[in-house]
Design a protein. Structure first.
Length: 318
């Protein structure tokens, strides 16, 4: 018998609260019959704004009534909803030592190793899923599994066997290491991706068109992304014209270099062995199309590099 419904409502880019709320209400109605739900608004972005996001998703939690819910207590919005919710509930965390939490997180050969703490006991675990947000998602699912009576050792084995969703921080082994995060992009998901990239001991290359469909906040969001790129990346490749000005606005540590198919061969071979500890300015390549970006990949990248593909630009934005 089915006893649980999972709601994963992060990653939304468009202003579709009404449509999503109809779906959530239908799912919530089902979960009343099933008796439990997981609730995790993990920093999604809606054009309606963060405030609207909070109220829209709190409505789902309220609609579930007193049924068992699990919350990510590291997310400020979810924590607030947790504190306001009555009924049967639980929380998980990476930052707080509570009933169920994760600690000692390490990245080894593009797998995430960590300890799960439950009932004052540590359970070693690892997963092919990348990014600290996926550890939060794993804890949420694990809490629900334990609530339903599943043995923790059995649950951990399932975690170890999980495969990543295509194009969501997916590791691809090639002549260079590639992290494919092209499915979509919010400032939260970009932060997760760049946080993961910062832990890789290679020359860090980011290729991105930035965040699209951001409405009135789009410039500000891409300026925030630019600030993070400036801190984490060693080489940046900015694709397209839509967000170019915002994405280059905070790249204080970079020289901006326009590249096209005609001058691609002018790139010096010294870029292939960039010294990540140098005080010299780094390189940000400005291109109109992904095809030119691919020429740069072929020209300058080698096994010393890790390439993060951050978002995929819809054709209408080229």
């Amino acid at each position: 018998m089915i006893k649980v419904a999972f709601f994963d409502v992060d990653g939304t880019l468009l202003d579709t609260e009404r449509i999503y709320m109809q779906a959530w209400k239908a799912a919530a109605e089902l979960s009343k019959e099933l008796g439990a739900a997981r609730f995790t608004p993990n920093g999604a972005f809606l054009i309606g704004g963060i405030g609207q996001l909070y109220f829209t998703k709190k409505e789902l939690s309220d609609y579930l009534g007193v049924n068992y819910c699990v919350f990510n207590l590291d997310n400020p919005q979810t924590l607030k909803i947790f504190n306001e919710k009555s009924g049967d509930k639980s929380g998980v965390s990476i930052n707080k030592k509570i009933a169920l939490y994760a600690d000692n997180i390490k990245i080894i050969n593009y797998e995430t190793y960590f300890d799960i703490y439950y009932q004052n006991q540590a359970f070693p675990c690892h997963t092919k899923l990348l990014g600290i947000h996926n550890i939060s998602n794993i804890l949420l699912a694990l809490d629900m599994a334990l609530h339903l009576g599943i043995n923790i050792n059995s649950a951990i084995q399932t975690i170890i066997n999980l495969n990543p969703t295509p194009h969501r921080l997916e590791y691809i082994k090639s002549h260079i290491d590639i992290i494919d995060d092209t499915y979509n992009c919010s400032i939260a998901s970009a932060s997760y991706a760049l946080e993961f990239l910062s832990n890789i001991d290679k020359i860090k290359v980011v290729c991105t068109p930035g965040i699209v469909e951001g409405g009135k906040q789009q410039v500000n969001l891409n300026q925030q992304l630019s600030t993070q790129l400036n801190l984490v990346a060693d080489i940046v490749i900015i694709v397209g014209k839509t967000n170019r000005k915002a994405l280059t606005s905070k790249l204080d540590n970079f020289n901006l270099i326009p590249i096209n198919s005609k001058n691609i061969n002018s790139l010096p071979t010294s870029h292939c062995n960039i010294n990540v500890s140098t005080d010299q300015k780094k390189s940000a390549y400005i291109v109109d199309t992904l095809d030119v970006a691919k020429l740069i990949f072929t020209k300058i990248l080698n096994s010393n590099h890790v390439l993060l593909l951050l978002n995929d630009l819809p054709d209408e934005y080229n």
